[in-house]
Write a protein that binds this ligand. Structure first.
Ligand code: BGC
Length: 479
């Protein structure tokens, strides 16, 4: 991210320095990188439809069905944790390329699986790829982004997740007549193939990674292809000056997990992990995964459950577009606070509508408003911020750890939701999510810094202040 940013404190932003042709290039790269998010969303969405047919084909009991779904999430946790090392060692571009290839392998195994065991293996491999990609995409995007459009560029990740979910629902609809679950899963090979080809032929390595690995000449060529050589030299010199200043301040030079453990990085780690858990424990996937089941219980005819899923998928996507438009103007904090406020209120009302037996149409309205609130804030902003709050050396490790916690929380909530709802009641369970959203709101208010248009130094200074530490001397003046 630093590599393209303008000088701190100057009025005109770095967009003034990146010519329109350069911006088009950056957006093209961004969209291709964000296809990693598409894989994530697609796999989340496709299995709900495919499972209906896998179940009868392979004669699966309910434990086996659950395992086909959750083994992917387990694989994703492992993938997210290991991806940081790969992305640091071999670069962001190579990491994404490998993730696309692994995804293709997993898809082939799952599509041609003769039975339950092989299918499970295929899903595990898909999980490794999806988890690793979900950690690589935010850092890769943030490292090619000019700071004034960084929010929008990073939000592409969540946009692609929601597009993936929606496309999966449509694919389910298209193949459900024939009951062809193998075709449903096979479609995922198309974006994975595009990612591999793009990584080999089109995508550049991240400028930050190149400089951190002493490949100055390559980095200069890359930046010059976007901004022209004069600006490229200036930006690189500025980056190197900052690295020297850091060294003079005796800041730790470790990379990866060790850099993440440095006391100075702890506030960022707390924020990254807390937002990761909050995003899942506020209940989003109980609605995304179980919407048809919940809708059935509101008494509406759920004969066309897929139709309702598609409606929810469309709102999820549309409101993410709203977030993309707003994130660099309103800022991350405002979006997230508004989002959590809406989620708190709608969960309270959704719970009440179940407990007090209100007309079922109302429950549906509250669910839709909850999704809209999530998609316009907490959904995209989490993925944006984990690309912004960590220093370059802990970037991949920090994003990986946050992503792994996100997957682990996802796993815990989706496993526990139905049993808890059966034990204490569905309405009461939604109240728990409401309380978590409210606690999340208070956490954001107190601890989460604004990152809009700020360079890393200022984000860091804000974080240190919020956690009661003394900000580094030269950080407060930046733009
Ligand atoms: C979350 C996913 C969720 C999706 C819904 C993502 O940000 O990480 O778990 O299914 O949003 O749009």
């Amino acid at each position: 991210m630093q590599a393209f940013s303008g000088a701190p404190g100057r009025r005109e932003g770095p967009l003034a320095e990146v010519p329109p042709a350069g911006l088009r290039k950056i957006w093209t790269w961004g969209i291709l990188i964000a296809l990693g998010g598409f894989l994530f969303g697609f796999d989340t969405g496709v299995i709900s439809g495919a499972l209906l047919f896998i179940r009868s084909d392979f004669d699966l009991d309910s434990f086996q069905q659950g395992s086909v779904v959750s083994v992917l999430v387990l694989g994703a946790m492992v993938g997210a944790l290991t991806s940081g090392r790969i992305a640091d060692r071999f670069g962001r571009k190579r990491a994404l390329e490998a993730e696309g290839l692994v995804f293709l392998v997993g898809t082939v195994i799952a599509v041609f699986a003769p039975g339950y065991g092989t299918l499970l293996a295929g899903r595990l491999i898909l999980g490794l790829a999806v988890g690793a990609a979900s950690a690589t995409v935010p850092i890769y995007l943030s490292e090619i982004a000019p700071k004034d459009i960084r929010g929008r560029l990073l939000t592409l990740n969540q946009l692609m997740i929601t597009v993936g979910i929606l496309v999966a629902y449509l694919v389910n609809l298209a193949f459900s007549g024939a009951g062809n679950w193998r075709a449903m899963i096979a479609i995922g090979a198309v974006p994975a193939f595009v990612i591999v080809v793009a990584a080999v032929l089109i995508l550049p390595e991240s400028g930050t990674w190149l400089l951190e690995h002493g490949r100055r000449r390559q980095c200069r060529e890359l930046i010059a292809s976007v901004t022209g050589t004069a600006t490229a030299d200036r930006l690189i010199e500025r980056y190197e000056r900052r690295t020297r200043e850091e060294a003079e301040r005796h800041e730790p030079h470790e990379t990866g997990a060790r850099a993440l453990a440095a006391p100075r990085v702890r506030p960022a780690l707390v924020v990254g992990l807390a937002l990761a858990a909050l995003q899942q424990f506020a209940g989003i996937n109980t609605i995304i995964y179980y919407a048809p089941t919940i809708i059935e219980q509101t008494g509406l005819t759920a004969s066309n459950a897929i139709f309702y899923s598609i409606a929810i998928g469309v709102i999820n996507l549309l409101m993410t577009i709203v977030a993309i438009r707003a994130i660099d103007r309103a800022g991350r904090r405002r979006l997230m606070l508004a989002s959590l406020a809406v989620m708190t209120v709608t969960m309270a009302l959704l719970g009440l509508s179940f407990v007090a037996d209100w007309p079922s149409g109302l429950s549906l309205v509250f669910m839709v408003l909850y999704i809209a609130g999530y998609a316009a804030g907490l959904g995209p902003v989490f993925w944006t911020m984990i690309g912004e709050i960590f220093p370059a050396r802990a970037h991949a490790a920090g994003s990986g750890a946050s992503t792994a916690v996100n997957w682990a929380s996802n796993f815990a909530v989706s496993l526990a939701f139905l049993p808890i709802a059966n034990a204490i009641g569905q309405g009461e369970t939604f109240w728990i999510f409401g309380v978590i959203s409210l606690l999340g709101l208070l956490f954001v208010l107190r601890y989460v810094p604004e990152t809009k248009g700020r360079e890393y130094e200022r984000i860091d200074a804000d974080l240190q202040r919020r956690f009661g530490r003394r900000p580094p001397e030269n950080a407060a003046a930046g733009g």
